[in-house]
Design a protein around this ligand. Sequence first.
Ligand code: GLN
Length: 198
Amino acid sequence: MRIAISAVQGAFIEHQQMLSSLGVECFELRQRADLHRSFDGLILPGGESTVQGKLLRELGMFDELQQLLRQGLPVLGTCAGLILLAQHISNDEQRYFATMPLTVRRNAYGRQLGSFSVTARCGSLEAVPMRFIRAPYIESAEAGVEILAEVGGKIVAARYQRQLGLAFHPELTGDSRLHQLFLSLVRGDSRTKEAVLA
Ligand code: GLN
């Protein structure tokens, strides 16, 4: 198994460290040529969704990644990565990959509460540490989306098919269970990028 991590901007190194600690091979997607390597899953890290969206387009990677996602490539999107996956952004005209049928609100916690940590249940996982940094939350989700976690009455984690979207940063905690959940989604789909494209 090999995981590609978008490394155009944001907190990608921490995802690499997390995967390495789990003994999973990964590599950085920095330029179009990197898409020629085969991979079984994708991580879209936190950072700034506007910058990441712009860079992915400018570097000529956006369309191919969107096609792969539409064809079922497993993906973990954290924070800005979740925004890139959302079909709708309620307080922004932009949309990016738009492969998860849900609506997010960017910077949804305002300035006072820009950054905070909580511990909450996520799916079947108890007491998951969650670090929020100028985070979005999920305002609504369409049928077929599994709600995995709510904090303060707001949805902060959801799964749609093999796409896992988290409003927070699991890679900044010592808890690797959400990465393991993502890897189990990847393993459940043995199709490689080539097979997906075939
Ligand atoms: N506020 C950022 C955005 O709108 C997301 C922040 C993050 O990824 N930690 O893209």
